[in-house]
Design a protein around this ligand. Structure first.
Ligand code: PLP
Length: 408
């Protein structure tokens, strides 16, 4: 009754860990939710007020998205990227995840996924029935692929069309892609289409994020949305910026949108206009500052001769590698961590790393973001006392993890 390519797929790993954590909590156990990554902050107040004001909108909106919203997004993206986008380059969907899914549905070619990659890229590639390749990466390159690694795969069948997923700062490691120039050469040489997943880009701690679209504007679809920088994951609003060269692909995306979700909720689209038009500098600076100091706290307290980590540069995550020979897979290791310490993490194997590599993704978002934000000033140096006070579970969970490492 169920089609073959759906049979082996499981619930998205991140959603599963959230449910396991909730079950353990319901049993009265203390759980440190380092597995699920969602913004700990509330949506900026001006955007919430705008949503209230627009609750009366009850009509279906255009399948590509509300024109005024697409204009606001195109200005926002053009300014950031120094490219010239217009409303015709933008499509709005119920989360960028859904738009990526539609892209997989219509793309005819092969998918290139860095190992590690966000958990949903591979299942979506399977659902789209395209062949996919994981590309090996190294810690030295911030876990992003080298041009050479990409070329090795493509050179086997260079006539095919390839779609490369690049996510910077990345989930799961919290690192920025620094070899864009090198990558742009191979992208241009083989006319690769790139999906630049920039969902964490506005949460880059030191403003060192650059988009591959600044090197290859004609071959890059930018993917972003309200979920991470704006704390609005549950509002479900994402968008693609599709370059002029791919407007045919945009037409097909619109057809798929019209035959599936129709259009994103009207009040959300009206409210989102101010997310892109108003200035949210203070909110963003505070969000980034808190995340930077917390990421640094976990990094400093966990790194050791037995734990290799690169300091996170943006977003919510870091990816320690435990030099521990007691487990046959990273999944076994994460189960051991959860049962002995209550710290929920996700195994590296969920992100395309070989199962035998003892990597785990840690999300440092288990704290009350609005309380923390209301108790700091812009640009403040956040010391350990503040971290103890406003992110006690991050402190306790990190200590538990450290004790777990030392117990072996
Ligand atoms: N891309 C990455 C790397 C993510 O981590 C997530 C959310 O977890 C998404 C995309 C999906 O975002 P959205 O809420 O826009 O569907």
């Amino acid at each position: 009754m169920i089609k073959d390519n759906f049979k082996d797929l499981k619930t998205s790993a991140t959603l599963k860990i959230n449910e396991i954590s909730k079950d353990l909590e319901n049993q009265g156990k203390e759980v440190y939710k380092f597995g699920f990554g969602q913004s700990p902050f509330t949506v900026p107040e001006d955007i919430i007020n705008e949503l209230k004001k627009n609750a009366h909108h009850n009509k279906y909106l255009p399948m590509q998205g509300l024109l005024e919203l697409r204009e606001a997004i195109s200005k926002f993206e053009s300014k950031k990227k120094k490219n010239q986008y217009t409303a015709s380059n933008i499509i709005v969907g119920p989360g960028s995840k859904e738009l990526m899914f539609l892209l997989h549905m219509l793309f005819d070619g092969e998918i290139l996924l860095p190992a590690p990659s966000w958990v949903s890229y591979k299942p979506q590639a399977i659902l789209g029935r395209n062949k996919f390749h994981f590309i090996e990466t190294t810690r030295e390159k911030n876990w992003f692929p080298s041009a050479e690694a990409i070329e090795t795969i493509i050179s086997i069948n260079p006539k095919k069309k390839y779609l490369l997923f690049l996510n910077s700062p990345n989930n799961p490691c919290g690192l920025v892609c620094e070899n864009l120039e090198e990558l742009s050469k191979v992208i241009k040489k083989y006319n690769i289409l790139v999906l630049s997943d920039e969902i964490y880009s506005d949460l880059t701690f030191e403003n060192n994020f650059k988009s591959i679209s600044q090197y290859c504007p004609d071959q890059t679809i930018i993917s972003n949305g309200l979920s991470k920088w704006c704390g609005a994951g549950g509002w479900r609003l994402g968008y693609f910026v599709v370059p002029h060269q791919y407007l045919k692909l945009m037409e097909s995306l619109k057809v798929l949108a019209s035959e599936t979700f129709t259009s994103v909720s009207a009040p959300i689209q009206y409210a989102a206009i101010v997310a892109f038009k108003n200035n949210h500098k203070e909110y963003l600076d505070k969000s980034k500052n808190i995340l930077k100091y917390l990421g640094n706290y976990v990094y400093e307290n966990l790194k050791s001769n037995n734990v290799l980590i690169t300091k996170p540069q943006g977003g919510f995550y870091l990816m320690p590698e435990f030099l521990n020979k007691n487990f046959s897979s990273s999944e076994d290791m994460c189960n051991d961590i959860l049962s002995k310490t209550g710290v929920a993490t996700l195994p590296g194997s969920d992100f395309g790393f070989p199962a035998k590599k003892m990597l785990a993704r840690i999300s440092f978002t288990d704290f009350n973001g609005s309380e923390f934000m209301n108790n700091i000033s812009e640009g403040e140096i956040i010391d350990d006392d503040k971290i103890n006070k406003f992110a006690p579970k991050i402190v306790k969970g990190t200590k538990k993890l450290k004790a777990w490492v030392e117990s072996y």
